[in-house]
Design a protein around this ligand. Structure first.
Ligand code: ATP
Length: 466
């Protein structure tokens, strides 16, 4: 009963979580569209993140910056010069690969783990040659040398398509935050330490996208840039690392499938004091979920240099007055990637025996109720009970997302709701008119409780908390 990517992709497609993009035209490689349940699910994840990182944090405020930015931004951030992956081609079949991933996958197949981030190209090339790594597509060992491939999508603004009008789709949301540092500091009247949080689309022309929504070219990020006084950065780094872990824990993620991996000196970016990746054990191996980095004052200093604007913060009065460029802690999480982790984490199959003794498989998505697309489903036992069931739906749907289903046997309807992770089924039966009660069935335990209709809302709302 192992969870596989095939099972997750099939369930997502079959039940309306995620469809292949542009499907009627034969698709567009590695694009995915979120269906009716997927959009609810991903929105719930983004809402949960916003709740924890903005609403419940006295330090942080939100922002929604533009995707298109002045191209100078990307010079300052280093993306034009350095945001590239090592590209290698197979000379035999012309397939293209990321040299670092080629090595990591080769070692993973041997059951060994290797981190090659930060290796120079010569070292990657030598490793591929020395180990006789084969092209995964044709099996030959004849590769070109490595060249750097910039991951930024280019486009043009305005009617002329020349280099002066060339702009980029942002490859991360973070820079929209840095360029607004002074605006936010001034208008929010926040004092250091404070953070700016943002959720939005990012674009990377990945060489080898794949593993469903794990690595895609258009994705959503949930990023926090937390500004603090130099010297306090490592303390805050620890604070946010714990905060991020607790966030996943509070939403029911299996903590045994989560690990923190600290970057070694070789892997660390030149400007970073410390970086830790929170990694999840996907069916295809450990993968980065959340990158948490102490970025020092690198970004604000760069923007100050390229724009001529001072990016300092002044605190204290009189002789205690101090002006400095804040240091920055950045926890960066992919919404699609963490959605995939939650989908995998929730998946379960159970063998159940029905009243006639027949064995059957029950597929259940054990989502935390806060993440489940539907919080409840109103199920009249028979079609003629609609008059009693509809008002229950009308009332509850004012407060949260509720499904309504009248077709098929009640057993089949329960199974359908289990498979999409609806935590509570509300069955309206022939007694309801008399006693004003409904039966609430718990998705995970299948236990049933009889409850007066006017208590159903609070019963469910209490269970949505995290
Ligand atoms: P990788 O090594 O997997 O390419 P990265 O180190 O380049 O990732 P970051 O730049 O740290 O990733 O991005 C922060 C987060 O954004 C990642 O932890 C991940 O959750 C998400 N992310 C990055 N690239 C993608 C992508 N192509 N598709 C989906 N999510 C992504």
């Amino acid at each position: 009963n192992e969870v596989t990517m095939e099972k997750i992709v099939a369930l997502c497609k079959g039940r309306g979580f995620v469809y292949p993009g542009s499907e009627i035209y034969g698709g567009l490689a590695n694009t995915w569209d979120y269906g009716p349940l997927g959009v609810e699910f991903k929105n719930n994840i983004k809402k949960a993140w916003w709740k924890k990182f903005v609403q419940e944090s006295k330090y942080n405020v939100g922002l929604d910056a533009a995707i298109l930015m002045n191209p100078k931004t990307w010079e300052a951030s280093g993306h034009i010069g350095g945001f590239s992956d090592p590209l290698i081609d197979c000379k035999n079949c012309n397939s293209r690969f990321r040299a670092d991933k080629l090595i990591e996958d080769y070692m993973a197949e041997k059951g060994e783990e290797i981190i090659v981030d930060g290796w120079p190209n010569e070292k990657l090339e030598a490793f591929i040659a020395d180990n006789g790594i084969k092209c995964p597509d044709c099996g030959k060992t004849d590769f070109t040398s490595i060249r750097q491939f910039n991951l930024m999508f280019k486009t043009f603004q305005g009617v002329t398509e020349d280099t002066k009008s060339q702009i980029y789709l942002r490859p991360e949301t973070a820079q929209g935050i840095f360029v607004n540092f002074k605006n936010v500091a001034r208008t929010s009247r926040k004092k250091i330490p404070f953070g700016i949080a943002q959720i939005g689309k990012s674009f990377r022309n990945e060489i080898t996208p794949g593993n469903f929504i794990f690595r895609i070219r258009e994705f959503e990020q949930m990023e926090l840039e937390f500004f603090c006084k130099p010297g306090t950065d490592l303390e805050w780094f620890d604070y946010w690392k714990n905060y991020c872990r607790n966030f996943l824990d509070s939403l029911g993620m299996n903590m045994e499938k989560l690990r923190s991996r600290d970057h070694s000196q070789e892997e660390l970016s030149h400007y970073s004091n410390a970086t830790t990746d929170l990694e999840y054990l996907f069916p295809f191996g450990w993968g980065e979920l959340w990158g948490i980095a102490d970025r020092t004052d690198f970004d604000l200093r760069q923007h100050s240099k390229f724009s001529g604007e001072e990016m300092t913060f002044t605190e204290g009065e009189g002789k205690d007055k101090e002006t400095y460029i804040p240091y920055c802690i950045e926890p960066s999480l992919g919404a699609d990637r963490v959605a995939l982790a939650f989908l995998i984490d929730a998946y379960d199959e159970e063998t159940v025996t029905d009243a006639k003794g027949k064995e059957d498989t029950r597929v259940i998505m054990h989502f935390h109720p806060a993440l489940a697309p539907f919080k409840a489903a109103v199920l009249p036992l028979a079609k003629k009970l609609a008059d009693q069931a509809e008002p229950v739906y009308d009332e509850l749907s004012k407060y949260f997302n509720v499904d309504y289903d009248v077709t098929g046997s009640i057993g089949k309807r329960y199974r359908r709701e289990d498979e999409i992770g609806t935590p509570y089924c509300i069955c309206v039966d022939f007694q309801t008119e008399e006693d004003g009660c409904v039966t609430i069935r718990d998705r995970d335990t299948m236990e049933q409780t009889r409850l007066p209709i006017d208590q159903v809302r609070s019963y469910i709302e209490e269970r949505l908390e995290f």
